[in-house]
Design a binder for this molecule. Structure first.
Ligand SMILES: O=C(O)c1cccc(C(=O)CC[C@H]2O[C@@H](n3cnc4c(=O)[nH]cnc43)[C@H](O)[C@@H]2O)c1
Length: 243
């Protein structure tokens, strides 16, 4: 059985998972900080990717080549778009991932990769430009599981950016481009890399902040990453083995 690979950009976003599964650090996986565990019958590879799309893509490629995977889980924190019903400490689960700032800034406004006409992925009869669809059954199953456990949770489209929206105006600009519930900096890259490997991706983020005018006093990174990891520990415990 191939492992379940869990990634996040920082150690803080994985520390409760590492402790809760008694995962052991392993060496020799390129530049990555990697931990392995056998948890309730599930083989786990837990890896810190570093921040942003390039780190996430490089790490995901390396991990999939080295270990293969039954399932990929990308976790951490994220910003909730106002109006989506999520607040700090809630959970968001991705139903799709969009590369929300890959495109063209034209005199008439921003346009996505379709304007260029070159997809980021082509294969299996698909041409993917900005939005990578994710496994909906997996996402909805995880959302239902979280709700049963009492989490405030919403599933929906996630937007991945290189530049965080530190203003309400920029958040509104992104929502003019694509629908979204949660902004982050890695998920779109993980989703894109997973495509040719045909490995399902579940992305679960704890909400650390709203996408609004930047005010770090309103953020709670620790609560957000703790909520996501507590949920994942329970989710992994109840994972059907043939995901
Ligand atoms: O200091 C800032 O302005 C700032 C802006 C965005 C993120 C941070 C972080 O310290 C966390 C980066 C980390 O968390 C994810 N994240 C969390 N909230 C957001 C967001 O509103 N927009 C985009 N990414 C977010 C992201 O995936 C990074 O891995 C500090």
């Amino acid at each position: 059985m191939k492992p379940v690979i869990v990634t996040a950009s920082t150690t803080l976003e994985l520390s409760e998972l590492i402790a809760g599964t008694s995962a052991i650090a392993v060496t020799g996986v390129g530049h990555l900080r990697v931990y392995r565990a056998s948890y309730r019958g599930v083989e786990l590879v837990i890896a810190v990717t570093g921040i942003g799309k390039v780190n996430a893509a490089a790490a995901t490629t390396l991990l999939l080549e080295r270990f293969g995977a039954e399932l990929l889980i990308n976790t951490g924190c994220g910003g909730a778009f106002p109006g989506c019903g999520l607040g700090v400490g809630d959970l968001a689960i991705a139903q799709s991932e969009t590369l929300a700032d890959e495109g063209v800034q034209t005199p008439d406004g921003w346009r996505g990769l379709e304007l260029i006409g070159i997809p980021v992925f082509q294969g299996d009869g698909k041409r993917i430009f900005n939005t990578v669809p994710l496994d909906l059954d997996l996402a909805r199953g995880a959302e239902a599981h979280a709700r049963e456990l009492g989490y405030a949770v919403a599933g929906g489209p996630f937007l991945t950016v290189s530049t965080c929206s530190g203003s309400a105006l920029q958040g509104q600009e992104l929502l003019r481009r694509f629908p979204g519930v949660c902004e982050n900096m890695e998920g779109g890259a993980v989703a894109q890399v997973a495509l040719p490997y045909a490995v399902p991706l579940l992305e679960v983020r704890g909400i650390s902040n709203l996408v609004e005018d930047r005010d770090l006093a309103r953020w709670d990174l620790k609560l957000a990453v703790s909520q996501a990891q507590k949920f994942l520990l329970d989710y992994l415990e109840h994972l059907p083995l043939s995901v």
